[in-house]
Design a protein around this ligand. Sequence first.
Ligand SMILES: [Zn+2]
Length: 84
Amino acid sequence: MNTSSSRTTITTPQRKNPSMCQHQPPCPTSDSADREAARLVAHHPEQGWSLLCNGVLLFEDTGELLPDGQIIAPHRPILAMTAA
Ligand SMILES: [Zn+2]
């Protein structure tokens, strides 16, 4: 047996930006302050979340889940109802 073809090709894809944004102007990245301004790519109001183009999961209570697993606490009250 001739095992001359023992070559190891290790491919390490270096993706700095996980999103494949095709928009113009490009959407803000998930680590920018205005990440919520990114376009919606999926919207599931019945489940209470939306997926932004930059990979951010935006929940209806304004909480966010970033692509790197970071969780942003809700920063806007849902319904400030003062029942009379
Ligand atoms: Zn985009």
